[in-house]
Design a protein around this ligand. Structure first.
Ligand code: FES
Length: 86
């Protein structure tokens, strides 16, 4: 990962995604960032509904849509970025 390159994490805050797991996913991601000291490398923000509710909750990490987001699959994706930071 390049030094100045920030990983963007957009958590859908639309009512469907939020109610179906993104409230907890947001907390999980924030804790993950803190635990791994990634504040300088990752930027997290809320997004609006993008009409993908049926596949939600959705989290978009660097443009890649993580469908049916859960702590388990988010952890896998986020860990990929942690291991890239050598
Ligand atoms: S509420 Fe997240 S895509 Fe619709």
């Amino acid at each position: 990962m390049a030094q100045n390159e920030k990983i963007t994490i957009k958590v859908c805050m639309g009512s469907s995604c939020y109610a179906r797991g993104n409230a907890a996913n947001l907390e999980f991601i924030e804790n993950f960032i803190k635990e791994h000291h990634l504040e300088a490398n990752m930027e997290i923000f809320g997004g609006r509904c993008e009409n993908r509710c049926a596949e939600g909750p959705n989290v978009i990490i660097n443009g890649e849509v993580c469908k049916f987001a859960s702590k388990e699959n988010l952890e896998k994706v986020l860990n990929k970025y942690v291991t890239q930071q050598v």
